[in-house]
Design a protein around this ligand. Structure first.
Ligand SMILES: Nc1ncnc2c1ncn2[C@@H]1O[C@H](COP(=O)(O)OP(=O)(O)OP(=O)(O)O)[C@@H](O)[C@H]1O
Ligand SMILES: [Mg+2]
Length: 439
């Protein structure tokens, strides 16, 4: 409540619709509702009072006339009764010996009818308004006259009829408007879904720009952007693959020439370098080949994870993992398997045992791979993602690979809209590498 008083607009915002459709509808509905209520209240309340006043005056006039006639010529009673019944819609009954109570019932005092009767009927009177009829009693010589007339004579029906018409037609047009509005919002919603899928590296069906000009423009710009990005990506990959491939031939030639040279320390060193270079090229080629071409499809993460664990490079190392049923994701299964394998291979290579866990929350799905190895110092957690970067500067092939594993893993995670996070493993002392994927 305090918050509401201090920030009324912010607090109100929490209750307002969030979607474009809801907001547009509210913008349409709010003025309509206000105009109708104000006009109904100001104009028709006034008008209705006037109409009721006039009708009350007519009834009072009719009653006063009959009462006056009765008091002057009581012997002509049946004639007035006849006149009142046929022309004034007043049924008249004479009740002898009865008197009028001195005060009116509380709820009828000061109503329009009371005011009108007071003005025109000069004898004591009383009246009662039932759901169907109005019964007025007035004192005359020797008894009272009771007049009964339909309630319709006092209350005009047009007011409620008017309200019903206005509300009914407004509701109808609002329904029509909301249908049109829904169609206007549809292309925007589709664009949002496509953009979301694109960000997560999933494919989406091609669609035509539709709807309002602005939305069409945004859709066109988005589709153009997607095509340009696609082109850029394939171009980059093609170039990379081309360079790596072309370098292979001279490298092979060098390796052959080295093999034919007489053995020496220099030749041995050179041979190691050539070996490392060809390993790097292989890694590059694998990276370039795998990316971009694969299509996303619904994949059971549990099966994918088991597959990655079973295909690890060092099957003799223990992997602790309790199989759970995991969600199905729309991903590139080959690429994602490679990403997971890189993390698992690292953990197995630099540690003795591997622990794998999965976490699910509202926005993200996480697979964490932990080991009991030396871990990665905090200041190096960014650097290890660089291509060919290794913590061990000797680049000894026995202690590590070419240094592309994490680069590739991050690239794959990001192409799925996700991320690779590195942190020290609290439980096992080594590294904790997590693959985080958005839902
Ligand atoms: N689980 C880990 N524990 C300790 N250090 C690690 C771990 N994972 C990676 N590193 C360090 O980060 C460096 C980069 O890892 P990355 O996977 O990119 O390359 P790599 O394992 O050396 O070679 P590749 O994976 O290409 O065969 C590694 O050389 C290693 O020094
Ligand atoms: Mg690696």
């Amino acid at each position: 409540m305090k918050y509401f008083l201090r920030h009324p607009f912010k607090a109100l915002k929490a209750y307002l619709p969030k979607s474009l459709f809801g907001r547009s509808l509210l913008i349409l509905l709010a003025p309509l509702f206000l105009v109708e209520t104000i006009s109904a209240y100001v104009f028709f309340d006034n008008h209705w009072d006037n109409v009721t006043k006039t009708l009350a005056n007519t009834i009072a006039g009719d009653v006063a006339t009959i009462v006056a006639l009765y008091n002057t010529l009581p012997e002509e009673e049946s004639f007035y009764k006849f006149l009142a019944g046929t022309h004034l819609k007043l049924r008249t009954d004479f009740i002898p010996e009865e008197t009028i109570p001195t005060s009116l019932p509380e709820n009828s005092r000061d109503s329009f009818l009371d005011i009108a009767l007071k003005k025109q009927v000069l004898t004591p009177y009383t009246f009662e308004i039932t759901p169907k009829e109005i019964i007025i009693k007035a004192a005359v010589d020797g008894g009272i006259l009771e007049f009964t007339t339909p309630r319709k004579r006092l209350y005009s029906k047009s007011f409620s009829l008017f309200i019903m018409w206005v509300a009914g037609t407004s509701a109808f047009f609002l329904l029509v408007a909301s249908l049109f509005m829904h169609n206007q919002v549809k292309p925007l919603r589709r664009l949002a879904i496509a953009a979301d899928r694109f960000g997560k590296g999933r494919s989406f069906p091609d669609f035509k720009p539709e709807g309002a000009t602005e939305i069409r423009k945004v859709t066109k710009a988005f589709l153009g952007m997607r095509d340009r990005l696609h082109r850029q990506l394939t171009q980059r990959m093609d170039m990379l693959a081309g360079v790596s491939h072309d370098l292979r031939t001279p490298l092979t030639r060098m390796r052959l020439q080295l093999a034919m040279m007489p053995p020496s320390i220099e030749a041995e060193g050179l041979q190691k370098d050539v070996e490392e270079m060809s390993n790097m090229l292989e890694g590059y080629l694998m990276f370039a080949r795998g990316e971009g071409l694969e299509e996303s499809r619904d994949t059971d993460m549990s099966e994918l994870l088991i597959d990655a664990i079973e295909s690890r490079a060092q099957p003799e190392k223990t992997v602790h993992y309790t199989q759970l049923s995991l969600p199905v994701f729309c991903v590139k299964p080959q690429a994602l398997k490679r990403c997971l394998m890189n993390l698992i291979n690292n953990a197995a290579r630099y540690g003795n045992e591997v622990w794998i866990n999965t976490f699910t929350d509202n926005d993200f799905f996480t697979i964490s791979v932990e080991d009991d190895g030396p871990g990665i110092p905090e200041e190096k957690t960014e650097e290890v993602f660089k291509p060919f970067f290794r913590l061990d500067p000797s680049r000894n092939m026995a202690t590590g690979g070419v240094g592309l594993g994490l680069t590739i893993a991050r690239d794959i995670a990001q192409s799925h809209g996700g991320e690779i996070k590195l942190a020290p493993s609290k439980e096992h002392g080594g590294l904790r590498a997590s693959l985080v994927l958005p839902y």
